[in-house]
Design a protein around this ligand. Structure first.
Ligand code: EPU
Length: 429
């Protein structure tokens, strides 16, 4: 196992290029199951999760070929319809093959993902929606064993809570169903817009892109896709917060500022200067010669898009640990997404958890001090990287395989911004 070493306290400066979005790449890769033929996906990030998803697709009979960020998936011959526990337990997003396999083959057997570090994360909305389309789902031996006689039939499906992968799974099921499916209270994350664009390019008929009501008119067949993955908004936000936390300045390129409305607003409220173009964001501190920047403490509450993203909650908490006052960070999406608090405390952060909220008493921009900490999940880990970069002295983060699930070339990108950061073998048992 490897650990990440950071010698912190150095302002990050320069430019960093953002990769394709993990959470868009995974559903788009799943959608290639819908139509036989060679699909071309561009701007696909090379991550532990995308590699796991390729393995999952290969198990189903898909052939893959990768050249740089171009991924060609040939789904002409499917040989299986099962997503085994060994893969699903390492990546919950494997459940995304359920909808397309049912649409293409009329059957699918997918392991139930089980619990997760950030919450229970059930898939009952996925199953309820598929049942509305005529699918028979049996839960047996830890698997969802699903089949449908003939094509699925369109219906109206209402989500109690907008679910990102739930919306994606049902969209992929509905595009080949007979008649019209209406998804109400659907999630509106930009990754869903990316999936809809891909499905439209394959010949699907979908109305309502960008809204919480999606109307899908089923078609008989689809053609292979040629599609580009959108920039990763969570990676974008992570680098912006890291630059801010180290008192630095820089430009994030190849991103889409329109996908981060709430974060950019919060960073401005905290005192940062943000300049956006169509695909870059420049972040800096207003000139305060010879002085440490003063960061205003700003409350956040996580919400479905376009609200503040839960996937950037931990990173913002690391930033607010350096604030000048007190703020409240409220998590409303997942019930256990404060695992980073105890680790941030090891770096000197003053945080008190009260139910779904964390009260952060900022210690000022030079208030944190390096320490050994442990990564617990993907985004929690990136908050430790941010805190480590801002802290004086040395921080060692163990179990960094979590980070490798979602951040492409993290060490290279941070080094390019002037950070002192490297990986070492960890002796942890
Ligand atoms: N929910 C249910 N039942 C369901 C589905 C969801 O109760 O059947 C609940 C969840 O427990 C949660 C809420 O609905 O309280 C929203 O969950 P959602 O289904 O939207 O989450 P997800 O689709 O499993 C995706 C991202 C997550 C991101 C969430 C929220 C992918 C592959 N994953 O998960 O990304 O946190 O949406 O935005 O798109 C990450 O990248 O680190 C990550 C965890």
């Amino acid at each position: 196992m490897e650990k990440l070493i950071i010698e912190g306290g150095r302002p990050l400066r320069g430019e960093v290029k953002i990769s394709g979005a993990k959470n868009a790449a995974l559903p788009l890769m799943a959608a290639t199951l819908l139509a036989p033929g060679k699909h071309k996906l561009r701007n696909v990030p090379d991550l532990r999760d995308t590699r796991t998803f390729i393995r999952l697709l290969e198990n189903l009979g898909v052939k893959s070929e990768r050249t740089g960020d171009l991924l060609i998936l040939d789904s002409t011959h499917l040989v299986d319809a099962e997503a085994p526990y060994s893969l699903v337990k390492t990546m919950r997003a494997s459940v995304l093959v359920l909808g397309p396999l049912l649409a293409r083959l009329g059957k699918a057997k997918v392991s139930l993902p089980g619990g997760c570090a950030i919450g229970a994360r059930p898939i009952n909305f996925h199953i309820m929606g598929l049942e509305r389309l005529g699918v028979v789902c049996k839960l047996e031996g830890g698997y969802v064993d699903a089949h449908v006689e003939g094509p699925m039939r369109g219906d109206v499906i209402y989500f109690d809570i907008p679910s990102v992968t739930g919306t994606e799974n049902l969209l992929m099921a509905a595009v080949l169903a007979e008649g019209t499916t209406v998804l109400k209270n659907a999630a509106r994350e930009p990754e869903i817009g990316n999936l809809i664009d891909m499905l439209l390019s394959m010949g699907a008929r979908i109305e309502g892109r960008g809204s919480d009501k999606l109307i899908v008119h089923g078609v008989k067949q689809l053609v292979p896709a040629n599609c580009t993955i959108i920039p990763d908004r969570i990676e974008t936000g992570t680098y912006l917060i890291a630059i801010a936390a180290t008192g630095g300045s820089g430009t994030v390129t190849n991103c889409n500022p329109a996908h981060l409305p709430s974060l950019l607003e919060k960073l401005r409220s905290a005192g940062l200067r943000i300049i956006e173009t169509a695909d870059t964001i420049n972040i800096s501190w207003p000139a305060q010669p010879e002085k440490l920047p003063v960061l205003a403490s700003v409350d956040i509450k996580t919400r479905p898009y376009p609200g503040y993203p839960t996937d950037l909650q931990a990173q913002f908490m690391a930033l607010m640990a350096l604030g000048s006052d007190i703020c409240v960070i409220t998590e409303t999406i997942f019930e256990n997404r404060f695992m980073h608090v105890a680790e941030l405390q090891r770096l000197g952060a003053k945080i008190r958890v009260e139910g779904h909220s964390a009260v952060v008493s900022g210690r000022g921009m030079n208030g944190l001090c390096g320490a050994p900490v442990m990564a617990t999940d993907l985004r929690a880990s990136s908050s430790l990287v941010i805190a480590g970069l801002a802290a004086s002295g040395r921080t060692e983060i163990s179990r960094i395989y979590h980070l490798e699930r979602g951040y492409e070339n993290l060490v290279e990108k941070l080094s390019g911004l002037g950070a002192r950061v490297w990986k070492e073998q960890d002796q942890e048992l």
